[in-house]
Write a protein that binds this ligand. Sequence first.
Ligand code: ADP
Ligand code: MG
Length: 242
Amino acid sequence: MTTPPRLEVQHLIRAFDGLRVVDDVSFTVAAGEVACLLGPSGCGKSTTLRIVAGVDMQDSGSIFVDGRLICDTVFRIPPERRAIGLMFQDFALFPHLPVSENVAFGLPGGFATNRARVGELLERVQMSNHVDSYPHELSGGEQQRVALARALAPKPRVLLMDEPFSGLDERLRDGIRDDTLALLKEERTAVLLVTHEPDEAMRMADQILLMRAGRIVQQGAPYNLYNAPVDRRAAAFFSDIN
Ligand code: ADP
Ligand code: MG
């Protein structure tokens, strides 16, 4: 028997005021794979992510993790029991907790009973010397690294990232993207990353899901989308990448 995909989304539809902002979206993400949901602002990326996370609800369609149904129109596992991690643009760390407890937040027993895992992750994101620091003592880039460690600490089956680098200083961005990607690969997490920046998708994705007006208009390896865009608009979208 073949293993089911880590994440499978089937025929997702979500309308607001009669307008479909997610319009029959289907895709799969394998373990260790980074899939980028790429498209212009307002095309339905975040709505798709929020439905997978369980903080919004589809009108129809199904979501599976490891082949197990987590949500359709009649059945719904709550967000906290989906083994799905989240990282949003305003990756707000808890200001009253030190880095150690921020990273241990999703782990039963906190830092005291998870020193090894927290230590391992902080080392991996080069934040070992900030275990006792508080978020306000860290730069934006450092907070980002801690937020990534926090998201990965409970070993989520799937990690959802919504424009995770867009709040960062541009000079830091490429470096943090590369470091993040290396860690995601090491942890073998399945990642669904939302971005409106083609160069970010080209840099990070194994698979790009190109979205427009609620629909996935093309999907495949970055190289294929870049070399054989589905239409003129897709070509224009990729054309300013060097
Ligand atoms: P993206 O993340 O691609 O920028 P979104 O998924 O946030 O796009 O939004 C897609 C469309 O759905 C937009 O037109 C947005 O205004 C609309 N939308 C999103 N959430 C709601 C909501 N809760 N109520 C009404 N309209 C919404
Ligand atoms: Mg969005």
